[in-house]
Design a protein around this ligand. Structure first.
Ligand SMILES: Nc1ncnc2c1ncn2[C@@H]1O[C@H](COP(=O)(O)OP(=O)(O)OP(=O)(O)O)[C@@H](O)[C@H]1O
Ligand SMILES: [Mg+2]
Length: 463
């Protein structure tokens, strides 16, 4: 009988089995067997005992190691280059994750178009769409994108052969979940298949000096689908994020071996492709309203301050439990802010539906958003605007503690400076070590509520 060249390895104990089963015969754990490829021939890697007699390899001092001479490849998309830490590093592997329809193919297609226009040799491997469909998108993205060579292929062997033959400087695999390796029985996208495909392509990419961008799907909880090991394998993990129905998208690095992970790129999806938003604060502040329930949050996106509008709506309801809907912020933090408000000088929202939304489809994942949510809720509840007499919205930031205190968050001076740039002052926030010009510091949520028109009437007197 022909021997299959794959076997199943338990991810917990390392037990190897010939057939898949739900429970590992070795350790008894459930769902841990993952298909893996056998190595070519036993002993071909020079097995333990013989290896020890071979000449020992000599470690080299880092001073003697030649630095790579190749320069980074600029994709021509400034926000993408910045998040990458200054462009693509030749021979590196980037994993670009994002939910369906967010614009991964658009972003990579535009980057390849720009690179090819600058004379780089590129290759776009599409496993999800036919060449005709890729062309359709490229037409929308402009003339440069039409010059990108495309390969509609899902076999790992064929992709590797194409890489060896073409030796492109940059290759995009869209997506790694569609690739399948002939020697394995698992369906494309299964843990074993993804790991095998990514491993093989990484190996060839490093050898040829090709910068490889693996496009990956994202699971419901926001992590890149497939094995965690994929994230270890690659040099850089980028996450393309945003609300699909909205036009704004953010690109951030979760891991980067060649740069900081704190940078964030902001894009807007238009008919002509993704457009970089160079000054996102200006966009969001320009759209901010002076209606009750709205305020401006001085958020930090990596090293860059970003002003976004936080909107709240409080509507009386008889439904028990009332609805708490959060878009762009964490639902649990919203629940916490509502609870703290009720206890520490704010309104009780127990009999109201609460909706909080970060305008523009931006997602803010930092505790510094708490105060903005609290003030917007209080203002919405009272029906009084937070805007100053000149109609400018109130800017604020700060973490709200469970005991009602306002807590320090990172980079207060940068947040305040960004708000001042747009004439928003004073900025409400927690006390920082030193005095910051243009900032109204508060020690507690109660005091911040009291200083703004959002406080319930009795609390104003108490504060
Ligand atoms: N003519 C258009 N004008 C504006 N936006 C468009 C237009 N055509 C497509 N889009 C946007 O582009 C998105 C699809 O982009 P793209 O195919 O790059 O996404 P993707 O992340 O690769 O999706 P998938 O997960 O299906 O591969 C659509 O969701 C839509 O928002
Ligand atoms: Mg796609």
């Amino acid at each position: 009988m022909a021997r299959s060249d794959s076997h199943f390895v338990c991810q917990e104990c390392g037990h190897s089995a010939l057939a898949w089963s739900g429970r590992c015969p070795g350790c008894g754990e459930w769902n841990t067997l993952v298909e893996a490829k056998r190595s070519a021939a036993p002993g071909s890697r020079g097995g333990g005992a013989t290896r020890s007699r071979a000449a020992a390899p000599r470690p080299v001092s880092l001073r003697e190691v030649k630095p790579p001479k190749a320069n980074r490849l600029l994709t021509g998309i400034a926000e993408l280059d910045r998040v990458l830490g200054g462009g693509l590093v030749p021979g590196s592997v980037v994993l670009l994750g994002g939910s369906p329809g967010i614009g991964k193919s658009t972003l990579t297609g535009m980057a390849l178009g720009n690179l090819s226009a600058r004379g780089a040799k590129v290759l776009y491997v599409s496993g999800e769409e036919s060449a005709a469909q890729v062309r359709l998108r490229a037409e929308r993205l402009g003339d440069d994108s039409l010059s990108v060579p495309v390969l509609a292929e899902t076999s790992v062997g064929a992709v590797l052969a194409a890489l060896e033959a073409e030796r492109p400087g940059v290759c995009v695999i869209d997506s790694v979940q569609t690739l399948h390796s002939e020697g394995m029985t698992g369906a494309p996208g299964s843990v074993g298949q993804v790991r095998e495909a990514a491993g093989a392509i990484t190996e060839v990419g490093k050898r040829l000096g090709t910068a490889v961008v693996l496009v990956g799907h994202v699971t419901k909880d926001g992590s890149v689908a497939g094995p965690r090991v994929l994230e270890h394998l690659v040099d850089c993990v980028l996450l393309f994020d945003g609300e699909r129905e909205r036009s704004f998208r953010t690109l951030r690095a979760l891991k980067n071996r060649f740069g900081a992970t704190s940078e964030v790129g902001v894009f807007e999806m238009r008919s002509g492709g993704l457009v970089e938003v160079e000054d996102p604060s200006a966009r969001f502040v320009g759209e901010a309203s002076d209606a009750p329930g709205s305020c401006v949050l001085c958020a930090m996106e990596g090293t860059r301050p970003l002003l976004v509008e936080v909107q709240a709506l409080v509507a009386p309801t008889e439904i028990v439990p009332p609805r708490r809907v959060a878009t762009g912020i964490d639902r649990n933090r919203l629940a916490m802010v509502i609870a703290v408000l009720a206890r520490h000088g704010g309104p009780s929202l127990a009999a109201a539906d609460v909706f909080v939304n970060v305008a523009g489809g931006v997602r803010v994942d930092e505790p510094g958003a708490d105060l903005a949510v609290a003030l917007a809720l209080a203002s919405a509840h009272r029906g009084r605007t937070l805007a100053g007499p000149d109609g400018r919205p109130l800017a604020c930031f700060g973490e709200v503690g469970l005991t009602g205190e306002l807590r320090f968050v990172a980079h207060p001076e940068r947040r305040v400076a960004e708000a001042l740039k747009f004439g928003l002052r004073p900025v409400a926030g927690p006390e920082a070590g030193e005095r910051i010009d243009g900032m109204a510091a508060h020690r507690t949520l109660r005091s911040a509520l009291g200083a703004t028109a959002a406080a319930p009437r009795q609390a104003v007197q108490a504060a």
